[in-house]
Ligand binder design. Structure first.
Ligand code: GLN
Length: 484
């Protein structure tokens, strides 16, 4: 059961081979056993999950089940879920029980899916290792001395360790793809605007996008069918017809043009990562694809541009956490200003404070033109590079992360080193494009390597096809961490 695809789980449920209550209990027992070691979940509500499972069983009995009805999923703790503690990995929200559902959560609920629990994450989704969480670090299931990646590290660890069937993540600069790569699972960041941000706690609103994380491209496609769709409560949600993301899974890849950006294959990438990525490209050639060398000349500026724009937006978004409306309030203060200051000083962790300070600085009078406006202009150039590249190719491939999972604490006191973890993923967010990561082998210390597939706008169905065909021909995605 634990290795079954979503399609197989759905069929087993509808054929009454297992009930949703039994399946949910199976995962809850496994979580009780393994979560103390991995710390992938922040919040569990077994009673609520089982009540949802009972309702799903009623729906299955009435023959009104949908594809995901009765299947247990985990939700990143950035999504507001009614009645659930929703912390965003921060002490600031340590006591925030959401009174409403995010759009993503209500889509899963409407589909009859089970919410198994809320997964650990970097504080306010700022990080690449899950070490900034107020709730402690998450351990990589392949080697518990190593990080799972971030910020969706709890989700990635939970999926890899079979502590849920699949789960959600969010990606502002790489937070779905990089932890997927480091934990040996598949993850997709959709085109900006395809999945509603309503009820998803905001980090950098012009970059944030929710997406599915699971063990195969086929699973991601089924989740996209539930997650994607127009929502008028998010002003950047795109009004498009509902798509069936599974529709192209079985198309052959003959004639597919894969663009390889020469900048991605220059210095910086670990030799072990390069070897696995090159082997994956060779496999694609066998599947009928042709290779085109492309150039993304401005992508080298994506990390500095991101670290101007994302903190700028974060400094504005996080101003709502002031100790008045919700969340943490300092126990002692002299007046209102002191209450704001102390609540924020005590409620936010170091990385969040660093981002707020950078953001406030680049938006301040005198620096706005020099930093923020310049960064916006370069952002446009970065997007333009991709638009040019897609005249010559159908998808772009490269590594997801320059290295495999590093040791806990290894990059803790060097923020710039940590920021470079996203060197291959950030340009995709700046351009608003869809990107995914799939497992393509193992590198140093037998840790998983991720292959990044970047698509053109709204080309998720094709990317899923490209990933699925590879997963039919190889078995990296079905390997599981040993000893769990
Ligand atoms: N690691 C990047 C950061 O720290 C991206 C995080 C994300 O995508 N949420 O901002």
């Amino acid at each position: 059961m634990l290795n079954s695809s979503l399609q197989q789980l759905g069929s087993a449920l509808r054929a009454r081979k297992i009930s949703s209550v039994e399946l949910t209990q199976l995962y809850l027992d496994r979580i009780a056993k393994l979560n103390p070691q991995l710390n992938a979940y922040i919040t569990l509500n077994p009673e609520t999950s089982l009540a949802q499972a009972r309702a799903a069983d009623v729906r299955i009995a009435a023959d009104s089940a949908e594809a995901l009805t009765g299947i247990p999923f985990a939700q990143k703790d950035i999504f507001c879920a009614q009645g659930w503690l929703t912390t965003c990995g921060s002490k600031m929200l340590h006591n925030f029980v959401s009174p409403y559902d995010a759009h993503v959560i209500s889509q899963f609920n409407d589909a009859g899916a089970i919410n198994l629990g809320k997964t650990n994450m970097d504080e306010f989704a700022m990080g690449s290792s899950n070490e900034t969480s107020h709730y402690g670090t998450v351990k990589n299931p392949w080697d518990t001395a190593r990080v799972p990646g971030g910020s969706s590290g709890g989700t990635a660890a939970a999926v890899a360790a079979r502590l849920c069937a699949a789960a959600t993540g969010t990606d502002t600069g790489g937070s779905i793809r990089q932890p997927a790569a480091l934990c040996g699972i598949s993850g997709l960041k959709p085109t900006y605007g395809v999945v509603s941000r309503y009820g998803m706690i905001a980090f950098a609103s012009s970059l944030d996008q929710a997406g599915p994380m699971g063990r195969s491209a086929e699973d991601l496609a089924l989740m996209m069918n539930v997650m994607a769709g127009f929502d008028e409560r998010d002003s950047t949600s795109l009004q498009r017809d509902k798509e069936d993301y599974t529709r192209d899974l079985n198309k052959p890849l003959t004639g597919l043009r894969i663009g390889l950006p020469k900048e991605f294959f220059a210095e910086g990438m670990g030799a072990d990562v390069a070897k696995a990525v090159e082997a994956a490209i060779a496999e694609y050639k066998k599947l009928g694809a042709t290779i085109v060398e492309i150039s993304l000349p401005n992508s080298k500026l994506s990390v500095p541009v991101y670290y101007v724009l994302a903190p700028a937006e974060a400094s504005s978004n996080l101003s709502r956490f002031d100790g008045v409306r919700y969340g943490y309030r300092a126990p002692e203060y002299s007046d209102l200003a002191d209450m704001y200051e102390k609540s924020r000083a005590q409620g936010f962790g170091a990385e969040v404070k660093r981002r707020i300070m950078i953001g406030t600085y680049v938006l301040s009078h005198g620096y706005y033109d020099a930093y923020y406006l310049q960064a916006q202009k370069i952002r446009r150039l970065i997007a333009q590079d991709f638009i040019e590249a897609y005249k010559q190719c159908d998808v772009i491939m490269g590594p997801t992360s320059p290295s495999t999972a590093f040791k806990l604490g290894e990059k803790g006191d060097d923020p710039v080193q940590m920021y470079l973890s996203d060197i291959y993923t950030i340009a995709v967010n700046l351009a608003g494009l869809p990107g995914m990561s799939i497992p393509c082998g193992f590198g140093a210390n037998n840790m998983p390597v991720g292959l990044q597939i970047i698509g053109n706008y709204f080309d998720e169905a094709r990317m899923l096809n490209v990933a699925h065909q590879y997963q039919l021909a190889t078995d990296w995605h079905s390997r599981a961490p040993h000893g769990l």
